[in-house]
Design a protein around this ligand. Structure first.
Ligand SMILES: Cc1cc2nc3c(=O)[nH]c(=O)nc-3n(C[C@H](O)[C@H](O)[C@H](O)COP(=O)(O)O)c2cc1C
Length: 388
């Protein structure tokens, strides 16, 4: 599919309507796209990133439709293979030089065997003229990997942001998706991919905000006609502000822990606290990640299994720790049979979180009146912190 973005700037990417998983981890309820863009200057032609290698045929057909015979520069904003995978082919077929930063060049050498002689390395803020169009490169490390950068097309005020501001959303209307759907999918993408880099992200967003941007063209999902929409959303997500929201992640074999989390969530709701409850056994981890973006509190509910946490809970706890949400409070509830040490285990597994641990509630077997009292106390503690 070829789509005109503005005069002499075209989308030449590929749509993956039915891809179900990304990184063998993240579910894709709406498929995805791999966006690549052709920029035709009066003197030179540049390509911004390429596409997932399995979409080579579609990508090459797009270039054929535009009658592209020669590409002078292929800009590599990010070395991950879903964007860089066909750079070697573009060099070979169209005689392009690869333009990127030093770190990305090193990654391209190791990850896809691009030769040093085919690369032009650029510095942060450097510009490259295509004749009547000028590209400016802005380094935005850790907008996924350490080498990530964005490219700004000065005359048309388009930011090619690669994974930053991306969304996994397959659509034929590259610019016409409703704001609500786009923001929902962008939040999911932020939660899964960008949230662990929330702190370094602040500097990058400041850098991007200094540009006069009319469109943002990411490397997954639709182009933003209203850049403010996504920039303001990112600013809110990366800020230290949390919402009055409690995410409860639980697993339960015989419903003892389930009864505890259900009581806790009822009590929290009665007190005016918003609750997002996930039974993690078959949960979509993207949904959990979204809920972690702004929640003030995370509650882990697990039974004791083989002297530790239930293995399914271990997976969820590992995910929470790796995603580094801005959660302020943490609580643990669970049921046990005879003994073990799951509280200490959970605490050590969540060492990335800078959250205050509230008094854990554990009960032997099925929760009784004393257990309910403790849960009521925990609900009060959480509500007080959320509502003040
Ligand atoms: C496979 C298995 C292993 C267990 N291992 C332990 C254990 O090491 N220590 C313990 O105190 N209880 C252990 N239990 C007992 C459970 O923790 C207990 O039955 C608990 O009430 C289950 O809570 P649930 O109904 O939320 O699953 C084990 C139970 C099962 C089924």
């Amino acid at each position: 599919m070829v789509r005109k973005i503005v005069e002499n700037v075209y989308f030449v990417g590929a749509i993956d309507w039915d891809r179900e998983l990304f990184d063998e981890l993240v579910p894709l309820p709406n498929g995805t796209t791999y966006n690549s863009y052709i920029i035709k200057g009066t003197e030179k032609i540049a390509l911004i990133d390429t596409v997932e290698p399995r979409k080579e045929e579609e990508f090459m057909n797009n270039l054929k439709k535009l009658n592209i015979q020669k590409i002078d520069y292929v800009i590599s904003n990010h070395a991950e293979q879903d964007h860089s995978g066909l750079i070697g082919k573009v060099v070979e077929k169209f005689g392009a030089k690869v333009v990127t930063n030093k770190k990305c060049a090193d990654f391209l050498k190791t990850h896809i065997h691009i030769k040093g002689e085919d690369v032009i390395t650029i510095e942060d803020g450097q510009e490259l003229s295509l004749g009547d169009k000028t590209l400016k490169f802005i380094f935005t490390p850790w907008t996924h990997w350490p080498e990530t950068m964005v490219t700004y097309l000065k005359e048309d005020k388009i930011l090619f942001s690669c994974d930053l501001f991306g969304s996994h959303l397959a659509t034929s209307e590259i610019e016409q998706v409703g704001d609500e759907k786009l923001l929902e999918m962008a939040k999911r993408y932020y939660a899964e991919i960008m949230m662990p880099f929330r702190v370094p992200m602040k500097k990058n967003i400041e850098k991007v905000e200094m540009l006069d941007i009319e469109k943002i063209a990411p490397s997954h999902g639709p182009v933003y006609k209203n850049p403010k929409l996504i920039i303001e959303a990112y600013k809110k997500w990366i800020s230290n502000e949390v919402e009055n929201e409690v995410v409860i992640l639980y697993v339960s074999m015989h419903e003892s822990t389930k009864k505890m989390v259900e009581y806790l969530s009822e009590s929290l709701m009665d007190k005016g606290v918003k609750v997002k409850l996930h039974n993690i056994v078959n949960a979509d981890i993207g949904e959990i990640a979204i809920d972690l973006v702004e929640a003030s509190t995370v509650v882990i509910g697990t039974p004791m299994v083989l002297t530790g946490v239930h293995p399914i809970a271990a997976g969820a706890i590992y995910l929470v720790n790796a995603l580094r949400p801005k959660t302020k409070y943490l609580a643990i509830v669970g049921s046990y049979g005879w003994g073990g040490k799951f509280i200490d285990e959970i605490k050590s597994m969540l060492s990335n979180l800078k959250a205050e641990l509230l008094e854990p509630v554990t009960v032997k077997g099925l929760v009784d009146s004393e257990g309910y009292e403790k849960l009521e106390h925990l609900a009060k503690e959480i509500a007080e912190r959320n509502l003040n």
